[in-house]
Design a protein around this ligand. Sequence first.
Ligand SMILES: Cc1cc2nc3c(=O)[nH]c(=O)nc-3n(C[C@H](O)[C@H](O)[C@H](O)COP(=O)(O)OP(=O)(O)OC[C@H]3O[C@@H](n4cnc5c(N)ncnc54)[C@H](O)[C@@H]3O)c2cc1C
Length: 217
Amino acid sequence: MSEPVSDEVRVRRVPDRASYDRQVIDDIADAGLVAHVATIRDNTPVIVPMFCVRDGDHLLLHGAPAAGVLRRAGAEGASICVEMTLLDGIVLARSSFHHSMNYRSLVVIGVPEEVTDPAEKEQALEAFVERLVPGRQADLRPTTGKEIQGTAVFRLSLEKASAKVRTGPPVDDEEDYELDIWAGVLPVGHTVGSPIDDPRLRDGLMPPDNVLQLVTD
Ligand SMILES: Cc1cc2nc3c(=O)[nH]c(=O)nc-3n(C[C@H](O)[C@H](O)[C@H](O)COP(=O)(O)OP(=O)(O)OC[C@H]3O[C@@H](n4cnc5c(N)ncnc54)[C@H](O)[C@@H]3O)c2cc1C
């Protein structure tokens, strides 16, 4: 098992499920769409969900400059904490105590940096669209300077990051394996349904292949 760069991101409970390996961390960040971003407002932690993408060694966050979470993230030297979790299974044990979940989760702590250069911002904004549908940016009208200016973008280094992964069946007390109680795992997955046309879609337009390729149903 690799070691964290900082005790701030050291998993203490069940440390054998922890990983500080960049590949593990990158894989979770790339598989997730939604992050929970924690900031401090008036000495109280506030957590909000956000769309988050990885760009190399950073996580990217974006939104309206007036969004509270981004204003707090932009405060001089303010640390934030970002979490992403993928739920893979519901673990049903023979006692309530040992019920659990299979998951891949990620926690990143750091001081984010605002991306202000318009070209870098535009690239970052493209990364969000490309995360949703690879290849879609090329199908869209160009982003305007006003849109770029009107969006705040932050990047958070993945240097201080931890992952935690649980897999496999329940772990029951040895004597409980003799009980006549069903136990096991209910796999939980992510599916993407068939596209639903925008009611204002122009006649004759079909979803492009890069959209259809994402459908799993
Ligand atoms: C879907 C899900 C459900 C969970 N349900 C519970 C629950 O009901 N009760 C419970 O006690 N625990 C639960 N956990 C585990 C929980 O996230 C913590 O790992 C656990 O509370 C032990 O934290 P700690 O004391 O080791 O670390 P803390 O002292 O809380 O945190 C220290 C550092 O460890 C790292 N860390 C801690 N947890 C994680 C994680 N999950 N992923 C990545 N990095 C992490 C962070 O960098 C953090 O800064 C759940 C996890 C997931 C993903």
